[in-house]
Design a protein around this ligand. Structure first.
Ligand SMILES: [Zn+2]
Length: 362
């Protein structure tokens, strides 16, 4: 018997119809495994996707004493240290490192960019350090912070962008974990300020609910504030001229999946929009079906209160490349004449501005 029981272990036991009393009293459960057992006990397990349930397992043998020591912002240094070294915390550190590796492998982070956080107690979070590539973090690099951003434990300084994660968790009590990175295609939408159109791919509709937050300097309370204002009904925030942040009410891997889904969706849209055909969308009732699935999974979405006919409004979406240069006047251009005198004037004006700025900064 393994000493740490993970979510996957419990799911497997439920699938097999195993008697869960086989878990010894001394077993340590990860927070997500504990949540699953609680759902099971409360009879709400059927809401979890892809988990065929065989009822009848006896959970009473899982003693509360097996749970990780619980901490809060006012816990003593000794309590915090005991938690930080506990098997449950080590498991969460391992999960953060694993997700960091996946972000790096998929090229969603550049340099030392990106950061991850998990709520581990009332007013306390585990997070990534600053100035370490997310692809090469070790569990001992991670930091424990309170919700003001003050570092409680960890040998490396915490990420400079932690305030945004903490503000998300404060504003959205369901948020257990959050992931921030710079995936190129989704970030392209954030740079252009274009809300990705909807009603085209089921995975995206079910897992993501997207909003765009205006640009502020990374790491400032203003940036976190603007993101936090959107997390009541959105779980995927495009940060203008910066990147993307996602949150999950389940675990850090789900917040990571959300990142894969928004990035793949934006990439697909950019490719599809070059095919020269209008993009096909779901019918309103097909969309309504997806929203029902989404609601059952407990994911937020502002469209639950919309009528069917309002669901697929993509007015903002203008796919394709448009040439912005003015057309030559009717009747053609005289040989040797500039075909785009207005365009030339614009280029000259921009050049003058750049030269003026350079002059100031020299
Ligand atoms: Zn960033």
């Amino acid at each position: 018997m393994k000493t740490i029981i993970s979510l996957k272990d419990v799911e497997e036991m439920i699938r097999q119809g195993s008697d869960l009393s086989a878990l010894t009293n001394g077993a340590l459960l990860t927070p997500s495994a504990r949540d699953l057992l609680r759902d099971w006990e409360e009879g709400s397990l059927k809401q979890r996707p892809g988990l065929a349930v065989k009822p009848g397992a006896n959970l009473t043998a899982i003693a509360p004493a097996a749970a990780a020591p619980s901490i809060h912002a006012g816990s003593s240094q000794t309590e915090l240290e005991a938690y930080f070294r506990s098997a449950a915390c080590e498991e969460l550190k391992r999960q953060i490192c694993a997700m960091g590796q996946r972000l790096w492998q998929r090229e969603y982070v550049d340099g030392n960019g990106g950061n991850l956080a998990i709520r581990v107690g009332d007013g306390v979070a585990l997070c990534t350090p600053t100035l370490v590539s997310k692809g090469f973090m070790k569990p001992e690099d991670l930091c424990l912070v309170d919700f003001t951003g003050k570092q409680l434990l960890g040998s490396k300084p915490r990420t400079s962008e932690i305030l945004m994660h903490l503000q998300i968790m404060q504003r959205q009590p369901k948020a257990v974990a959050s992931v921030h990175c710079h995936p190129p295609h989704a970030t392209a939408f954030a740079v252009a300020g274009v809300q990705p159109p909807t009603c085209m791919i089921p995975e995206f509709e079910v897992f993501c609910a997207v909003a765009i937050a205006p640009y502020r300097t990374p790491g400032t309370p203003e940036m976190g504030q603007l993101v936090a204002e959107l997390v009541g009904e959105h779980n995927t925030i495009l940060m203008a001229n910066h990147g993307v942040v996602t949150w999950s009410h389940n675990n850090v891997e789900e917040a990571y999946w959300r990142m894969e889904i928004i990035e793949a969706y934006c990439r697909t849209l950019l490719v599809a929009s070059q095919l020269g055909k209008p993009l096909k969308t779901f019918t309103p009732d097909q969309m309504q079906d997806l929203l029902k699935i989404k609601q059952n999974l407990g994911f937020v979405d502002p469209r639950y209160r919309l009528k069917e006919c309002e669901l697929c409004d993509n007015d903002e979406w203008r796919p394709g490349v448009v040439c912005a240069a003015p057309q030559p006047p009717a009747g053609g251009v005289a040989p040797g004449a500039d075909p785009h005198p207005e365009a030339e004037a614009v280029v000259q004006a921009i050049t003058n501005q750049i030269m003026a700025r350079l002059g100031k900064s020299l």
